[in-house]
Ligand binder design. Sequence first.
Ligand SMILES: [Zn+2]
Length: 141
Amino acid sequence: MRPFPGNRVAPPPLLRSSLEQIFGAAGAGASVEQVRIVEHSLFTRLHGRAIATTRRRRIYLRGSAAEFFGDPVLMLHEYCHVLLQWETGSLTTLRYLRECLRRGYWNNRFEVQAREFARSHEFQLRELLRRGTESAPAPHT
Ligand SMILES: [Zn+2]
């Protein structure tokens, strides 16, 4: 039984390979493919106003996956939490809560790192997606 209902979705191939390239180079402990995306998640709705919530190898979205896949900064941010923080063991529920109590949401080190990672890789991700789209064969008409 799934404790938190929601639909599971996988990122489109080009997006997955682009993220794989970025996070592979950043030393991710797992592959993008191993991360489950759950859209319209009840779990996220329980987390106040958050638009996404992460756990080990999981991203829970309040809205749709289509919206998420169209937002490079948000994707980089959430995958950073999963692949570079949860997966490596640096992020745990207890540590996150402790950081929030000490520094608040905005300044806790997990959020600072995710924001910086997203900002510094946004251009690269957009470029990979643009180039991948251009080199794709034309669809049949
Ligand atoms: Zn975050």
